[in-house]
Design a protein around this ligand. Structure first.
Ligand code: FES
Length: 145
C-alpha cells in the first residue's frame, strides 16, 4: 500500500527535532484526524533555509511527508521553498494512497506557517505566501478530493 520511500521516511524520518531560537516556527493541525505538526526553520541573511526540523504528533504518512518536505526545502531560498507543494512531496515519495493525500497538506502548511512567522518577525513580504490557518481541515473543505 505504501511505497518503499514512504516506508523509509516513516521508519527513519529525517530532520526530526527542534531548533532553538528558530528564524521561523509554525504549527498546524487537522481537527478531523487530530494530528499536529510543528516546523522550525533557520534562515540566513540571503533568505536561504540553512536548517529545518520538525516534530509531529501524527500518522505515519504525516511523518513521511514532513520528513521528505524538510529534505526538499533545506538549502532552498524562502521563495523556492514556497513552491514545494504537497504534490511535489508526494511525487518525491512515489505517491501516497488517496486516503492519505490530506496528510501531505499538513507538511506543506507547516512550512508555510513557519515562513509566515519568519516574514512577520523580519517585516519581509514573501510573494504568494498567505496567512496560514491553524486547522487545515478548514481549507480542505474548500478543495475537492
Ligand atoms: Fe491525520 Fe494523516 S491521518 S495527518
Amino acid at each position: 500500500m505504501y511505497s518503499e520511500k514512504v516506508m523509509d521516511h516513516f521508519s527513519n524520518p529525517r530532520n526530526v527535532g527542534e531548533i532553538e531560537n528558530p528564524s521561523g516556527v509554525g504549527t498546524v493541525g487537522n481537527a478531523k484526524c487530530g494530528d499536529i505538526m510543528r516546523m522550525y526553520l533557520d534562515i540566513d541573511e540571503n533568505k536561504t533555509i540553512t536548517d529545518v526540523k520538525f516534530k509531529t504528533f501524527g500518522c505515519g504518512a504525516a511523518v513521511a511527508t514532513s520528513s521528505m518536505a524538510t529534505e526538499l526545502v533545506k538549502g532552498k531560498t524562502v521563495d523556492e521553498a514556497l513552491q514545494v507543494t504537497n504534490k511535489a512531496v508526494m511525487e518525491a515519495l512515489d505517491g501516497l494512497p488517496p486516503v492519505k493525500v490530506h496528510c501531505s497538506l499538513l507538511a506543506e502548511e507547516a512550512i508555510h506557517a513557519a515562513l509566515w512567522d519568519y516574514s512577520q518577525k523580519n517585516d519581509i513580504t514573501i510573494d504568494g505566501l498567505e496567512k496560514p490557518v491553524n486547522d487545515i481541515s478548514e481549507k480542505e473543505e474548500e478543495e475537492e478530493y
